[in-house]
Design a protein around this ligand. Structure first.
Ligand SMILES: [Zn+2]
Length: 349
């Protein structure tokens, strides 16, 4: 803290006689010494209030220690009103207001993180204190970004940023700068978590926060391209129906949009298009095409993931694997054998 002074010009008084010229009239001035931080004109709080008289005849100054206590009190009362003193706390007031906003921001971010944690979505970004998740890190390897790339049932698949950062703030800047859009920003390998895994990571403070793009935008960066812009230059029917399906899927403002999407994926799949089959399987898995309370049809989902797997389609193979492992009657070994028999190279990963 540094200190400065401001002067308050009060009324005139005739209660004191000038020692030098004998005149009776004096101007009554108040001096407030105040503490400030960085900006000298923004007072944080007053430190000392003094009274000073100035002779109107000869400009002689009379300091407070030459005045009687009752007079000092009287002058102070008229000079230092509540309002005048209150303005000397303006810096403190501003600081508290800023802390308040900052705290409200942090609180909102925390509340959002709790919400996103229990209902994950593809393209959610996890800010991780990776020291709590891995051993054998180098001293400056501390923070890592993860992105949700797939959700199948209660299995959440994420990919990690290739880099592990020394400061948490670098996670935010990697998004803001658009680095995350680079092809190799995230490693290809997927890691699967259950909701309970994620919750305990949050409890352990390994998940610092979760950010979700709104309409594909996060920190002013377009995270994924809207479906309608994919493959627009192709006129093939398989891709075309698939694209229309993806567009319907996103158009949640339309009535029965999931049903319309489903029908398009079905057409795309019938035209032997891998992504159409894959999306059709996802539709069966979500059950949303049957309306709000639609039930998943896991059997049909498995069937279409398998059909897409033969193309081959890596995402479909991964989804089939995740789903199959949770179903007793599903034989994953048989699935892999069928893929091998069809000439699919299982080293796709
Ligand atoms: Zn005088």
């Amino acid at each position: 803290m540094e200190y400065s002074e401001s002067i308050i010009y009060g009324n005139k008084t005739e209660k004191v006689t000038c020692q030098r010229c004998g005149a009776n009239e004096h101007k009554v001035n108040g001096i407030i010494k105040y503490a400030y931080f960085l900006l000298a004109f923004i007072s944080f709080y007053p430190v000392k209030k003094t009274v000073q008289l100035e002779c109107t005849g000869c400009l002689q100054l009379t300091e407070e220690d030459e005045l009687s206590q009752p007079l000092i009190q009287e002058f102070k009362k008229s000079l230092f009103s509540f309002y005048v003193i209150a303005t000397k706390f303006i810096g403190l007031f501003l600081l508290l207001a800023m802390l308040g906003f900052w705290y409200a921001d942090i609180r909102q971010e925390n509340q959002q993180t709790e919400l996103y944690l229990v209902a994950p979505k593809v393209d959610d970004f996890y800010f991780l204190d990776y020291r709590l998740m891995a051993d054998n890190l180098r001293p400056n390897e501390k923070y890592r970004l993860a992105k949700v790339v797939d959700i199948t049932g209660d299995v959440i698949s994420v990919v990690y940023s290739s880099a592990i950062y020394s400061r948490a703030s670098l996670l935010t800047s990697s998004i803001k700068s658009g680095q995350i859009l680079a092809g190799k920003f995230f490693s290809a390998k997927r890691y699967d978590f259950t909701l309970d895994n994620l919750k305990s990571l949050r409890n352990d403070k390994a998940i610092l926060k979760i950010k979700r793009p709104i309409d594909h935008w996060l920190y002013g960066i377009l995270i994924t391209k809207p479906a309608s812009s994919r493959n627009t230059n192709t006129v093939e029917l398989g891709p075309r129906h698939n694209n229309i399906g993806l567009a319907f899927q996103e158009a949640t403002y339309l009535k029965d949009n999931f049903k319309s999407a489903f029908n398009e994926f079905l057409l795309s799949a019938e035209h032997d298009y891998a992504y159409g089959k894959y999306n059709l399987a996802n539709s069966y898995l979500s059950g949303k095409y049957q309306g709000k309370n639609g039930k998943p049809n896991v059997e049909k989902a498995l069937y279409w993931f398998k059909q897409a797997s033969f193309h081959p389609n890596k995402s479909a193979i991964e989804k089939y694997t995740i789903l199959c492992r949770k179903i007793d009657s599903c034989d994953i070994g048989k699935f892999y054998q069928e893929l091998l028999d069809a000439g699919v190279n299982l080293q796709l990963n």
